[in-house]
Ligand binder design. Structure first.
Ligand code: CMP
Length: 139
């Protein structure tokens, strides 16, 4: 199994609800390592650039509004098969469809306010990690 890196965002809804620690516990319990982390309040421009792949979607404006509403925690996670494994830890995009014990089931409210983001493929992980951690060394 390959060691991979993935980009995680603890979204504004989860930070507002004071659940940063609960989410990081689930990440660490799954044996994913936090390689880099920072708290930041995204600008509209940063959120639009990060989610540019969704810019034609009807929910894009709402997504950018939400992601800029209050601070987020951005992390680079590392581990075996980290991209898929972190997606498993998060659960389905819609918290109502997410399995018990997953981040989105425990902490998400609805498909928009779903507590966390994780990269969905190797190429997107490389783009997303570079977007927030441009100087991160690959060790
Ligand atoms: P995320 O993994 O951050 O990637 C894109 C985000 O768009 C997704 O999580 C959802 O939070 C959001 N999203 C997807 N579908 C909808 C929708 N129908 N309405 C609002 N937001 C959505």
């Amino acid at each position: 199994m390959a060691i991979e890196r993935t980009l995680s965002i603890i979204k504004p809804d989860a930070v507002e609800k004071n659940t940063i620690g609960g989410i990081i516990q689930l990440i660490e319990a799954a044996d994913l390592k936090v390689k880099a982390a920072k708290m930041m309040h995204l600008t509209k421009r940063q959120a639009q650039g990060f989610y540019a792949v969704h810019k034609e979607r009807p929910f894009f404006g709402e997504l950018v509004e939400f992601m800029t509403r209050s601070p987020v925690v951005v992390m680079c996670l590392e581990g075996e098969n980290a991209i898929q494994r972190y997606r498993d830890v998060m659960g389905a995009t819609d918290p109502k469809k997410a399995a018990d014990g997953t981040i989105r089931k425990k902490y998400g409210a609805n498909i928009g306010e779903n507590a966390s983001h994780g990269s969905d493929a190797k190429e997107t992980a490389a783009f997303e990690i570079g977007y927030f951690f441009p100087g991160l060394e690959i060790s």
